[in-house]
Design a protein around this ligand. Structure first.
Ligand SMILES: [Zn+2]
Length: 422
């Protein structure tokens, strides 16, 4: 980077700059480090093109690097922080499940609805019937919503096709959605969401089909392979075999586990070197310590607090104990048509504080740097550091402690993605 060249963008006089920079640099934040990252009072963020050039207190700003073409944004009275990283969504699907929401309110459980051919399988029918154009239009609509909440990088999973042609179509649509708007997309293949309708009652056969016929064609189109390890979906032994195969093919691994029962899926995936283990509502604090050890501090537990809330489930992941056990924690919405139709990652952060016991600083780390680790994007985003992509939010509040406090509110005033105001 030529030092003498003026900044292209300067965000200055911020009441607080939440850098998310703190030890250790080679692992996600865990334990006390989740709340020990640096906050700069009265600070600035300077960008050069698409990257962050400098971050610091105003008294260290080099005025010589402000040129006639430097775009200046005054952030007086505002918190400035990294763009949100949304590390677990099911973005591309047909239709919605407002009808089943009614059934849930009348007392039917998630697994009852799934067993009656509803749930994921009803979205599979609507997704298979939808055209590419319909799926893309709906995905772009949802991405616009995420952007409005300050999401600048988003992971999305397939899993509503459950056959080769539709699953490949979902990956294609997700890629197109990434090209049509500025939020960066990370693709995960979740063909192993539940057994496809053609494989009802034969989960092992379905996984064998995916491993033999679909995974080889997904290479290059998806970076991660994910599996739903749960009663009514896939057992631990079958899921292990499938993830091992995926790893052999060069995929990075994720798992949906311990959402409704403690089957041991999180530990199994961590032993295989999974990048993240997601849900964890039924993972115990002792189990969390084992996952932290098996994952060598690199496997991130992705907590999805809006899901138990939307499913009216009493059990939330014991996030406080996870942090105390040294397990790195991220927070996501799990945006999907069945168990969380919300794109409000701020609300997820707030519910994580209220129902999982995270502190505001821990929760902020969980939607930024640790979420970036959960999708292997820690080199690009999740903190405000020179060399990282210039994904920056300006918020309506002057103090980060207000972020979990204004329940349900969207604090985002301005969103910068790759150095461009969007
Ligand atoms: Zn999910």
């Amino acid at each position: 980077m030529p030092i003498a060249q003026p900044y292209s963008l300067l965000i200055r006089n911020a009441a607080q700059v939440l850098t998310l920079v703190g030890p250790p640099p080679d692992k996600p934040l865990a334990g006390a480090a989740m709340s020990e990252w640096r906050i700069i009072d009265l600070g600035y963020v300077a960008c050069y093109g698409g990257s962050i050039a400098a971050v610091g207190p105003m008294h260290e700003l080099d005025e010589a690097l402000i040129g006639p073409d430097t775009r200046i944004i005054e952030a007086t009275g505002r918190v400035v922080m990294p763009g949100l990283v949304e590390c677990h969504t099911h973005l591309v699907f047909g239709g919605n499940r407002a009808d089943e929401f009614q059934r849930k309110l009348q007392g039917e459980s998630y697994l009852d609805i799934l067993a009656s051919g509803g749930g994921i399988l009803s979205t599979v029918r609507k997704t298979r019937a939808a055209s590419d154009e319909e799926l893309l239009a709906q995905a772009l609509h949802h991405l616009k919503g995420f952007r409005h909440y300050g999401v600048t990088t988003l992971e999305t999973k397939t899993g509503y096709g459950l056959d080769k042609p539709t699953e490949l179509r979902l990956l294609r649509v997700a890629r197109q959605a990434g090209q049509r708007q500025p939020v960066r997309i990370v693709n995960t293949f979740l063909g192993a969401h539940v057994p496809g309708p053609e494989y009802k009652g034969r989960p092992a056969d379905y996984l064998a089909y995916l491993a033999a016929e679909v995974l080889p064609e997904v290479q290059g189109a998806a970076e991660f392979v994910d599996v739903f390890c749960e009663e009514g979906a896939f057992g631990v032994a079958d899921a292990r075999r499938y993830l091992q195969r995926a790893r052999d093919l060069g995929f990075k691994l994720k798992i949906h586990a311990e959402q409704l029962h403690d089957l041991g899926g999180c530990l199994m995936a961590a032993e295989l070197g999974a990048t993240s283990v997601d849900h964890c509502d039924y993972l115990t604090p002792e189990g969390a310590a084992h996952v932290a050890a098996a994952g060598q501090g690199r496997t991130v537990a992705v907590l999805l607090p809006l899901v138990p809330m939307f499913l009216r489930q009493a059990q939330y992941a014991p996030g406080r104990q996870f942090v105390d056990a040294g397990l790195p924690v991220a927070i996501s919405t799990d945006f999907n048509p069945g168990s969380c139709p919300s794109k409000n990652l701020w609300l997820a952060l707030q519910v994580a504080c209220l129902k999982m016991g995270l502190t505001p600083r821990e929760a902020l780390a969980a939607v930024t740097l640790n979420a970036a680790w959960a999708i292997d994007r820690q080199q690009d985003c999740g903190s405000l550091e020179p060399g990282k992509r210039a994904d920056v939010l300006l918020l309506h509040v002057p103090d980060y402690r207000e972020l979990p406090y204004w329940l349900g509110e969207n604090p985002v005033a301005q969103v910068v993605i790759g150095g461009e105001v969007v």
